[in-house]
Design a protein around this ligand. Structure first.
Ligand SMILES: [Zn+2]
Length: 404
């Protein structure tokens, strides 16, 4: 090792190598800042007078099998401009950090493909240091994603811990970027996002959301001119839940053992799209049998299939007609469980049909949701929610990285 190699291999700028020693499994590199490179850490100028030293050590990346530690007598400098005494400015490390920049770069390079734990093992680094490096990088890059040109967004919630902790995600539907992650699933989770929208004078044109009252109010208040589109996946999901409930209630009341048995295994058959039924396994005939013996289920199933057609119409007028007809038919069946669905669709008619004015949905967020699940598994459930939120914002970057 010499002065040139510590510069080229470890990025130790402005440093002169004084000595190299080997202590156990560690290489200790004693360095010193070249006299003509001493700078004030506040104004970065060179009008300084030396007034003592403090010994500090920094972690570097491993060199072969050896751990690497850089030891430096950091100069305390009096700056003639700032009129204060401070430790010298070190270009090879960030302020208040105990590792050098080249180690940081290596960790970040590995972080798009490896977990904190595996990086920590590979580089023989403390888990907290690895996390600190990744977190401060993500913070500087993704804390406030740019909002310029944002027009079409989707808002949706996802569960962090099963059913207990929720987060709200705002997604730019044009660029495929997560713009905001907020704690909770109410309107308060969106407050910082709307604040930034206002400051940046961004005009949101359309928003895809589910039919949650909190989100509706939040959009109406903060983006009154935006077209609100109620997501069709959520509507079908709600109807599927209703059908499941009808089936469950029927099962519980049914006395006939044969009918009860056929009802038992029919949940997925009822929810599956007919084109996905497995004919070789006889799923179609099993479904037929269930529907033949239960008039209530037959109507509910028929209505489910009819509602799916709502998004296959030629124009908003035809769709509006179909929705009106659907509501009438559902009312006529007098199935109590469908009542809520009728109320929901009647109340949110405009937002549902807005899909024909603006073809957007929260669908792309479902993809993000799946990736969040993987992220949770990789990290054994994130305890540091801020870190978790930053990881979500950086997710699209990882996707690019993985594509090469
Ligand atoms: Zn200064």
């Amino acid at each position: 090792m010499n002065t040139s190699s510590i510069y080229h291999c470890l990025g130790l700028q402005d440093q002169q190598l004084l000595s190299t020693s080997y202590v156990g499994d560690t290489i200790q590199l004693k360095v010193k800042t070249k006299k003509d490179k001493l700078r004030c850490s506040r104004c970065k100028r060179m009008h300084v007078i030396c007034c003592g030293v403090v010994e500090r050590s920094f972690k570097g990346p491993m060199i072969g099998k050896k751990k690497c530690v850089i030891i430096i007598d950091v100069q305390r400098l009096y700056c003639k401009k700032c009129k204060i005494v401070r430790q010298e400015h070190l270009r090879f490390a960030k302020e208040q950090k105990s590792y050098i920049r080249s180690l940081e770069k290596m960790v970040l390079l590995l972080s798009s493909h490896m977990t904190i734990q595996s990086i920590s093992r590979l580089l023989d680094l403390n888990w907290n240091i690895v996390k600190d490096i990744i977190k401060s990088h993500l913070k500087s890059k993704y804390h406030s994603p740019g909002l310029k040109g944002v027009k079409h967004i989707a808002i949706d919630e996802f569960a962090v811990r099963k059913g207990h902790v929720y987060m709200t995600c705002v997604y730019d539907l044009d660029k495929g970027v997560v713009l905001h992650v907020g704690k909770g699933k109410g309107s308060e989770s969106l407050v910082p996002f709307w604040k930034r929208i206002k400051i940046n004078k961004v005009q949101i044109e359309s928003v895809a959301i589910d039919m949650s009252a909190a989100y509706i109010l939040s959009v109406k208040t903060n983006a009154p001119k935006a077209t609100m589109v109620f997501d069709h996946f959520h509507i079908i999901k709600k109807l599927n839940e209703t059908i499941s409930k009808i089936r469950r209630d029927l099962y519980n009341k049914e006395k006939d053992k044969v009918i009860k048995k056929s009802l038992k295994g029919s949940r997925w058959l009822l929810l599956k799209n007919p084109e996905n039924l497995n004919l070789q396994k006889g799923e179609d005939s099993r479904l037929e049998k269930v529907l033949e013996t239960n008039t209530t289920l037959f109507y509910a199933y028929y209505l489910k299939e009819e509602l799916r057609e709502l998004w296959n119409q030629d124009n908003i007028r035809d769709a509006s007609k179909l929705l009106k007809q659907w509501i009438e038919e559902a009312n006529e069946t007098e199935i109590p469980q469908l009542k809520k669905m009728v109320e929901l669709l009647t109340k949110h008619k405009t937002g549902i049909l807005n899909w024909y004015k603006c073809n957007i949905s929260t669908g792309p967020l479902e993809g993000i949701n799946n990736k969040i699940k993987t992220l949770k598994r990789q990290a054994y459930g994130y305890r540091d929610l801020d870190f978790f939120m930053l990881k979500i914002k950086a997710m699209h970057q990882d996707i690019y990285a993985k594509c090469g």
